[in-house]
Design a protein around this ligand. Structure first.
Ligand SMILES: N[C@@H](CCC(=O)N[C@@H](CS)C(=O)NCC(=O)O)C(=O)O
Length: 208
């Protein structure tokens, strides 16, 4: 059985967890926080998540992990059609590089009590709006981001869009998804049982 290390409060942990849930694979969760004690434990980067496979191999970096899972279990989350798969990767990289990466600089203010730097907030908001424009030029949301089937890009979109939306709200900034098709797309995705389980676990972890 797979063992997933990390915390349900992490968007990257939830990216791997949502893939495991969507594929119906049995797995255990092992609560772990980022720490720097490699190679005794943890991960080379000190970050979570990481995955322990049945043969005791450890895999690191969420994208490497989910690509491994999709290939190993021939999951339709990443179709065998190479063009479709490339388009899924294209948009998921837009999300991680042009939205999530700049937003990361605001998380210490949103989540860990760092004093709010309004100038930085507005500069990041500007960057993520530009990133969102790129994404919106490539997605259909009918009903899923790229296709009629839920895919890896929807996994990535859910975990990051929800984290970004929440951080913007905490910081008193505008919801960049409001008045875009992403808003109703997220409401539609929220009905999925796997996502409901993921969010319930996240709420539980936040209360602990
Ligand atoms: N590129 C990494 C990013 C993972 C990541 O940023 N994890 C965060 C938690 S959401 C973390 O461990 N942060 C601690 C740190 O940056 O030292 C991946 O895709 O796995």
């Amino acid at each position: 059985m797979y063992v997933l290390y990390g915390t349900p409060l992490s968007n990257y942990y939830n990216k791997v967890k949502l893939c495991l849930l969507e594929m119906g694979l049995p797995f255990q969760e092992q609560l772990e926080f980022p720490k720097r004690n490699w190679p005794q434990g943890g991960s080379p980067s000190g970050k979570i998540p990481y995955l322990q496979c049945e043969d005791n191999t450890f895999l690191f970096e969420s994208q490497a992990i989910v690509e491994y899972l999709c290939a190993k279990h021939q999951s339709s989350l990443l179709p065998s059609d190479l063009v479709q798969a490339a388009q899924i990767r294209e948009v998921l990289f837009y999300i991680e590089l042009y939205l999530e990466a700049p937003m990361k600089t605001l998380y210490p203010m949103a989540y860990w009590g760092k004093p709010i730097d309004s100038e930085l907030c507005l500069s990041v908001l500007d960057q993520v709006k530009q990133g969102l424009a790129v994404i919106l030029s490539r997605v259909r949301c009918q009903p899923y981001l790229l296709n009629t089937e839920f895919s890896l890009v929807d996994v990535v979109a859910w975990v990051h869009f929800k984290t970004i939306q929440h951080a913007l709200k905490v910081l008193g900034l505008e919801d960049i998804f409001m008045d875009t098709p992403i808003s109703s797309y997220l409401a539609f995705c929220a009905q999925r049982p796997t996502i409901q389980r993921l969010e319930a676990d996240k709420r539980l972890a936040a209360r602990a």
